[in-house]
Ligand binder design. Structure first.
Ligand SMILES: Nc1nc2c(ncn2[C@@H]2O[C@H](COP(=O)(O)OP(=O)(O)OP(=O)(O)O)[C@@H](O)[C@H]2O)c(=O)[nH]1
Ligand SMILES: [Mg+2]
Length: 265
């Protein structure tokens, strides 16, 4: 088993350098995929990565054009698999994810290598209510699509994936390349029989003054997520016999009553 930290980054500004430093303090192998960034953050990191022995374990892959978060992760996963890595911890480049949780997540993955270790976000009071409510809806759908197989949070990008089944899942669809990556990865891996281990992960929303950047666009990305859940719900219908059999075997998690109930605080 070989584990690395994989950070997709698109125009993350100065937070990219801070995030990478924090990750490298906790893990020896940290790779960054710079996804067609135009803000100079990639160049600065690239210079650091070619800076002699201090850069050992740091690798920066640069995509010349922006392709989307999922496509950036996929590029990193393929390179990582070719280099002999078996598991990847993905985390955002924008300072929202807790680097101090890397060792605990990697340990959980080592204890159960066949599983995916999913971050269960613990939000502070600054988290936008609309986003927190929206993810409850996404979580409800992910539960339904997997027969309530135990996905704690469908959207959190702080996770450890077993690389081989994720590459197989992504190879089978042309979706999962943008914002639809995180939920679809969890659902498709669950369909492939990959168990979910859920661990808490504090997630911060940084103000612009603190260097926070988000590329989430409410209408565009909610439309993408709605289409994603539509096709995953159809995929779940096709897999209904398998999902029902798994539920009968006892791998069930009690579902909330409805998406509306799931959105109630
Ligand atoms: N949105 C977006 N993110 C990308 C892309 N390529 C790489 N990423 C990285 O994917 C991660 C998630 O992107 P964010 O825009 O922060 O999305 P998010 O954290 O789910 O959304 P917020 O909760 O609003 O911050 C970050 O590390 C981005 O830098 C891309 O094309 N679009
Ligand atoms: Mg973010």
């Amino acid at each position: 088993m070989r584990q690395l930290v994989l950070i997709p980054s698109f125009n993350s500004g100065p937070k990219l350098g801070e995030t990478v430093r924090a990750a490298r303090e906790r893990w020896p192998e940290v790779w960054v995929v710079v996804d067609g960034s135009t803000d100079g953050s990639g160049e600065a990191l690239l210079a650091e990565a070619t800076g002699g022995p201090a850069a050992t374990g740091l690798r920066v892959l640069v995509l010349p054009e922006n392709r989307g978060k999922g496509a950036a992760v996929l590029h990193g996963l393929r390179e990582a698999a070719a280099a002999g890595f078996t598991h990847a911890l993905t985390m955002d480049a924008d300072g929202q994810h807790p680097a101090e949780r890397i060792p605990a997540f990697m340990a959980a993955s080592r204890a159960d290598p066949g599983a995916m270790v999913l971050g269960l976000p613990v939000f502070g009071p600054e988290a936008p209510a609309l986003r927190v409510r929206g993810r409850r809806v996404s979580n409800w759908w992910a539960g339904l699509e997997t027969g309530w197989a135990g996905i704690g949070d469908s959207l959190c990008g702080f996770r450890v994936y077993p690389i081989a089944p994720l590459l197989a899942a992504m190879g089978g669809t042309r979706w999962m390349r943008r914002f639809d990556f995180d939920p679809e990865a969890a659902v498709r891996l669950s369909w492939r029989g990959v168990r979910a281990v859920n661990l808490p992960a504090p997630v911060r929303y940084l103000s612009a003054a603190e260097g926070g950047v988000s590329h989430f666009r409410y209408l565009r990305d909610n439309a993408l997520l709605t289409w994603m859940h539509t096709r995953l719900a159809l995929g779940a219908l096709l897999r209904l016999p398998v999902l029902l059999r798994r539920r009968r075997l006892g791998r069930r998690v009690p579902p909330p009553a409805s998406p509306a109930a799931a959105t109630r605080p």
